[in-house]
Design a protein around this ligand. Structure first.
Ligand code: FAQ
Length: 311
């Protein structure tokens, strides 16, 4: 018996043979992948905003150069991901307009403000730390262009993670006020970072199929646990306190157990009612409008070049 297209596709996934743009794929695979890559691209792009606000206020020239490079890296990551999306037949502009009109999702964490310099460190240490835990496995994702984009992205994210940790370490070695600033920032960012991994497995509508298709390699709860186990010892090393009275190490399993996550807060922040949702979308719309002259100029140049060729 000849296997059906769907069966052959699943065999391709199970044998770890990458799916490439020209290959047949089930419409639902294409749809799920498009959804995840678009959300991922928008996250990188919106993710520039909280830290970008601090580039002009960085305390030293060295910190400023590092932050400038980091924020530019995020723009590059968005570009790789929009390019991966194009291989699925979704135009950059088409995807981007969905972000601008508020229809598309991006990570919850970018709807929180960076209120002071310690928050900048927390974004690097915690958010980029979470991004690495999530994205390293995605570099083995079943879709070739997505998996390949992740390799470079992860290398850059690990520099971001290190610089965030280094910034916070410097603050914890400073004055009592600086140490307190670091603790306050940890209190603000800890829980939203744990939400980055998505809803609990039992409430995650896409996980099962995405894992069967190799779009995702681990479940939301598995990756969240990995992040907690790796980050709690770092918090203790810095002499800081995890803002969770229920946190304890379960000696039997070797895993840290945490208290309940406020999933209502998560839903608010991804459904448009978070602290900065409106600001973020407005900032992106302003950048789009401010950049219209560049789009017009490049289109006019392209038309001119095309006309020259046909002459
Ligand atoms: N935020 O069924 P699931 C960066 C939505 S950027 C918002 O579990 P799935 C760079 C989900 O879309 C890193 N929405 O979904 C940086 C779905 O909604 P829908 C970007 C969330 O896809 C760092 C619904 O909930 N990385 O780090 C979130 O199987 C620092 C049901 O969820 C990625 O984007 C959330 N946290 O698993 C820049 C990772 N979680 O579409 C600046 C790629 C879930 O049905 C500073 N994405 N939702 O309306 C993934 O790995 C997955 O899509 C998950 C969600 C794990 C996020």
């Amino acid at each position: 018996n000849m296997p059906s297209l769907e069966q052959a596709f699943q065999q391709q996934i199970d044998s770890k043979c990458k799916v490439e743009p020209q290959d047949w794929m089930p419409p639902a695979y294409r749809q799920s992948l498009t959804r995840q890559i678009a959300q991922h691209a928008h996250s990188e792009y919106v993710g520039m905003l909280p830290e970008a606000a601090w580039i002009t206020r960085a305390p030293t020239l060295q910190r400023k150069s590092i932050l400038l490079a980091k924020v530019q890296d995020e723009a590059g990551h968005a570009q790789y991901l929009y390019a991966a999306l194009e291989t699925l037949g979704v135009g950059r502009e088409q995807a981007y307009l969905q972000l601008l009109n508020g229809a598309a999702k991006y990570l919850n964490i970018f709807n929180y403000p960076a209120m002071n310099w310690a928050d900048v460190g927390m974004i690097g240490w915690l958010t980029d730390g979470a991004a690495i835990v999530n994205q390293v496995p995605l570099s083995r994702s079943s879709y070739g262009p997505y998996a390949r984009a992740m390799i470079r992205i992860c290398q850059e994210e690990s520099f971001h993670h290190r610089q965030g940790f280094d910034l916070i370490r410097t603050m914890t070695e400073g004055t009592p006020q600086q140490r307190q600033m670091a603790q306050d920032a940890l209190d603000r960012w800890w829980w939203p970072t744990l939400m980055v991994f998505g809803p609990p497995d039992a409430d995650s509508p896409h996980s099962q199929r995405s894992m069967q298709w190799g779009i995702k390699l681990f479940s939301n709860d598995e990756l969240r646990q990995k992040f907690i186990d790796q980050t709690v010892p770092q918090v203790h090393y810095l002499g800081l306190r995890v803002p969770d009275p229920c946190l304890k190490l379960d000696r039997e399993s070797g895993h840290y157990k945490i208290g309940p996550i406020d999933w209502d807060e998560f839903k608010r922040s991804i459904n448009g009612q978070g602290m900065c949702n409106q600001d973020r979308i407005q900032a992106r719309n302003k950048a789009w409008e401010d950049g219209s002259w560049v789009r017009e100029a490049t289109a006019a140049y392209a038309d001119k070049q095309a006309a020259l060729k046909t002459e």
